[in-house]
Ligand binder design. Structure first.
Ligand code: UD1
Ligand code: CA
Length: 456
């Protein structure tokens, strides 16, 4: 079976943070995750990740999904792969793909096409390359009349070799048995005193084996990040690539300022995304929605024709035809049923809001089950927490909640209940009743005039 080794031992000193470099995020996901998903999309699942600097964080992130091996000392890319020899020896019949954990855009097309060439040419090693405008810093591919003869690192290259624009992506296919043999021959006689994995090319050739190159016509697949400017460049690239995909799918963007859409998000045809909108995780937006401006949506499912303006919504479901905003917070585990309207300065948490219900202003609905066609007056509060336990409110269909009502949970309002403005509801109300809780209003006539007279 084919295997994968992902090199993720790097610290990324120039990032100026104590986390392993492959865990830095591009569009919300660690670079390592992008590399893993390229493997998964290529049908490769026998993966071993080489960790080094703060390797525990890599394990913690992976949560046991894949094997890891520690490279205790950072002695080069060849040395990193040597740490995985026991993993390689589990099955030496197939081929092994080696990838860098900090080059997130390696794509399944390049992975698959290079394997075809690798097998056709019966290579011991096939390196994935690309041509760059500015090849500085990368290993250069040395070509001969009939193929390649080696890779020379920037620091070891002559002036003439530095002019070569075809570079090593850091991704390679090896015949697994040959990789094990070649790793045994690598030394560290070079400018950096490191064990270079790149030396396997010339070692294969001098050992009478074939070595080849697959040149991708997409130079982006080799993009990596050494510092935070590079990371911003990767984010910018990925951000626009995702937006482009949605444009092709029929999503409307008049202006892309401040729009960040993570790559797992789906958006239906005819929807419009307005500036300042961030859509994260596994969110799904239906057709003909209008989202934004200034909206954050994380792991939510929106139906069709939803309008959300200036909203923050997390881990919730919003059905078709719902209008939310401006200035609304939808907290996790909420379901806003179709046709509901949620207006300004409303917070909903862990609640179901029934079809066509209106919660127009200044209201908190938490831990509640609200029926259909309920109308909330301004300033309603579900009092769901007594300082020790949280309790639920149940509000039946067609209720009319007067302004400034407090519903002290646990409490249940039947169908068609009215509450008078300012009422504090402390016990269940039967269907079609009015709950009113007010002192008798007194009117003290002439009060103001008497007060003024006493003053002057
Ligand atoms: C390497 C290649 C270079 C290629 C470039 C592509 C070598 C000698 N050079 O150079 O030809 O153009 O990648 O980006 O291989 N790593 C470890 N342990 C180590 C050293 C590195 O795990 O001891 C990991 C790093 O975390 C990184 C990857 O290997 O993910 C590449 O290492 P890096 O130091 O970035 O190599 P480059 O000098 O960029
Ligand atoms: Ca690098």
């Amino acid at each position: 079976m084919n295997k994968v080794i992902i090199l993720a031992g790097g610290q990324g000193k120039r990032m100026k943070a104590d986390i392993p470099k492959p865990l830095f995020r591009v569009l919300g996901e660690p670079m390592l995750e992008w590399v893993i998903s390229a493997c998964e999309e290529s049908g490769l699942s026998d993966i071993c990740i080489i960790k080094g600097f703060m390797g525990d964080m890599i394990d913690e992130y992976l949560g046991g999904r894949y094997k890891t091996v520690l490279q205790a000392e950072r002695l080069g890319t060849g040395h990193a792969v040597m740490q995985a020899i026991p993993f390689l020896k589990e099955d030496t019949d197939g081929n092994t793909l080696v990838l860098c954990g900090d080059a997130p855009f390696i794509d399944p097309v390049a992975i698959k096409e290079s394997l075809v060439i690798h097998k056709q040419q019966k290579n011991a090693v096939t390196v994935i390359t690309a041509e760059l405008e500015n090849p500085s810093g990368y290993g250069r591919i040395i070509r001969t009349n009939n193929g390649i003869s080696g890779i020379v690192e920037q620091k070891d290259a002559t002036e003439e070799q530095r002019l070569i624009r075809e570079v090593n992506s850091g991704a390679y296919w090896f015949r697994t048995a040959d990789l094990i043999e070649l790793l045994g021959k690598i030394d560290c006689n070079n400018a950096q005193h490191e064990y270079y994995l790149t030396d396997t090319i010339s070692l294969a050739i001098s050992g009478g084996k074939n070595a080849g190159a697959y040149k991708s016509d997409n130079p982006d697949i080799i993009k990596g990040a050494n510092d935070r400017r590079d990371l911003l460049a990767l984010n910018t690239y990925a951000r626009m690539a995702v937006i482009e995909k949605h444009l092709i799918n029929g999503v409307e963007f008049t202006c892309t300022d401040g729009i960040i859409i993570e790559r797992g998000v789906e958006i239906g045809v005819g929807s419009e995304i307005l500036p300042g909108t961030i859509i994260r995780g596994s969110s799904v937006i239906g057709k003909n929605c209008s989202v934004g401006p200034n909206t954050v949506i994380e792991n939510c499912r929106l139906g069709d024709d939803v309008k959300m303006n200036c909203v923050q919504a997390y881990d919730s479901e919003i059905e078709s035809g719902v209008k939310i905003g401006p200035f609304v917070h939808i907290r996790p585990n909420s379901c806003i049923k179709s046709g509901a309207k949620i207006g300004d300065f409303v917070e909903i948490k862990n609640s179901v809001i029934g079809e066509n219900t209106a919660i127009a202003h200044l209201t908190y609905v938490g831990d509640s089950d609200v029926g259909k066609k309920v109308n909330f007056g301004c300033g309603t509060v579900t009092v769901n927490y007594d300082g020790i336990v949280k309790s639920r409110c149940v509000i039946g269909d067609n209720c009319f909640i007067g302004c400034n009502t407090n519903l002290i949970a646990p409490v249940k309002l039947g169908k068609g209940v009215y509450t008078a403005a300012g009422t504090t509801v402390t016990r269940d109300i039967p269907d079609y009743a009015l709950a009113i809780d007010r002192g008798v209003m007194k009117v003290n006539e002439g009060y103001t005039l008497r007060k003024l007279r006493n003053k002057f």
